[in-house]
Design a protein around this ligand. Structure first.
Ligand code: HEM
Length: 353
């Protein structure tokens, strides 16, 4: 009995003496002193404010970014990426799909009005078709794997579960990184092959005024090899494709570029007032948001192109399949180009028998 009381007494004494030993440290903290006044900061509040506002401490690692514990702009970037960027992008894609469905229901497939003639004319040679499908095939995979990065966790993850989603996303990420180079090659090749046919001209205004003839039967505005609508698709693809490629490279090799600071400096030279002292992380955030915006705009527009080049118009896909299109199709949609081609064959010596 006595031994139990003594043991309890010993425990109580030990606890109180321990607390007495800790007391000076607690009093020091209450008075807001940081031991050693690290970084010249006097209070805990100052210390955490210093950390919270993205300042760098000191680390022995070579990577100076490792010394930043909390990077406040990251919150804004994440809110923009997961909020307006994702929402407006999804809305844009949905609206385009809705409009195309409506157009198909009202106008139906645009037919060759005079019916197929049975005669064909060469529209795209094998090198043109190779360039197109290299660019188009890689773009489709890049688009789908990119959409997975933005929306996959909300749509695919709940259906397939974390293991399968993780495998899909890892594979998709590799495909995205490597096929980006195939896209760039296809883009560059298509530019070289088609740029001379895509210089804007007066006929384009007439084509645009007549709505390209796609809304009404029997309307066929004049056009050379590419009409105004196609020229718009061409330039959007080239400028957007280049921009998405550059921002993609900057994302692949992080913290190596200052493209946004440099671009903003150019804009400032013509009167704007944009920030040019961007940190490497801010550069990276601008790159990511820009990459997302431009690729979503491209996808929305290219969906319309895919529609009109496949189910939307009879005979169009032949141009990129065999390369030979029906002569009546060509006369209805590219009459001036047909005349040019026929002029060329008239002018050339007839082949040896
Ligand atoms: C995947 C489905 C696609 C289909 C079925 C398709 C179909 C076609 C067809 C039939 C043409 C020739 C039109 C003509 O003879 O006048 C064409 C041209 C073209 N395609 Fe595609 N395409 C697809 C994807 C893409 C993608 C993803 C891009 C860009 C990233 C693209 C960019 C172009 C460009 C720039 C042209 C030349 C200008 C034009 O005709 O609009 N295509 N495509």
């Amino acid at each position: 009995m006595y031994s139990r009381i003594l043991a309890a007494f010993a425990v109580i004494v030990t606890l109180f003496s321990g607390m007495a030993l800790l007391a000076p440290a607690a009093i020091a903290q209450q008075s807001g002193e940081v031991p050693g006044q690290a970084l010249g900061i006097n209070s805990d509040a100052d210390l955490w404010r210093f950390v919270r506002t993205g300042n760098a401490g000191s680390v022995s690692m070579k990577d100076e970014l490792g010394a930043v514990m909390i990077q406040s702009e990251g919150d804004n970037w994440r809110a923009l990426r997961n909020g307006p960027l994702s929402n407006i992008g999804a809305f844009g894609l949905f609206i385009m799909l809705f409009l195309l469905t409506m157009f198909y229901m009202v106008r139906g497939k645009i037919r060759i009005e005079k019916g197929p003639s049975g005669k064909t004319i060469l529209r795209f040679g094998s090198i043109d078709r190779f360039a197109h499908w290299l660019m188009a095939g890689s773009f489709v995979v890049l688009g789908l794997t990119g959409l997975n990065l933005l929306y996959g966790r909300y749509i695919i993850l709940p259906i397939v579960g974390p293991e399968v989603f993780s495998a899909i996303t890892t594979g998709g990420k590799y495909a995205h990184n490597y096929l980006a180079f195939a896209f760039m090659v296809g883009l560059g090749l298509s530019f070289l092959l088609w740029v001379r046919h895509n210089i804007p001209s007066k006929i384009d205004l007439q084509w645009l005024r007549m709505g390209g003839g796609i809304f009404k039967k029997g309307v066929h505005p004049p056009a050379k090899k590419f009409n105004a609508g196609q020229k718009i698709i061409f330039w959007v693809t080239m400028v957007g494709g280049l921009s998405v490629s550059l921002s993609g490279i900057a994302l692949m090799f992080p913290f190596q570029t200052t493209m946004f600071a440099d671009t903003f400096a150019i804009f400032n030279a013509v009167g704007l007032n944009l920030p040019t002292d961007l940190t490497p992380i801010q550069e990276q955030q601008y790159n990511q948001i820009w990459h997302g915006v431009v690729s979503l705009v491209l996808m929305v527009i290219i969906v319309a192109h895919i529609y009109i080049g496949s189910v939307g118009m009879e005979g169009a896909i032949d141009a990129m399949h065999s390369g030979e299109v029906d002569l009546n199709w060509a006369k209805e949609h590219h009459n001036l180009w047909v005349e040019e081609e026929q002029q060329k064959t008239k002018g050339s010596p007839s082949p040896a028998e």
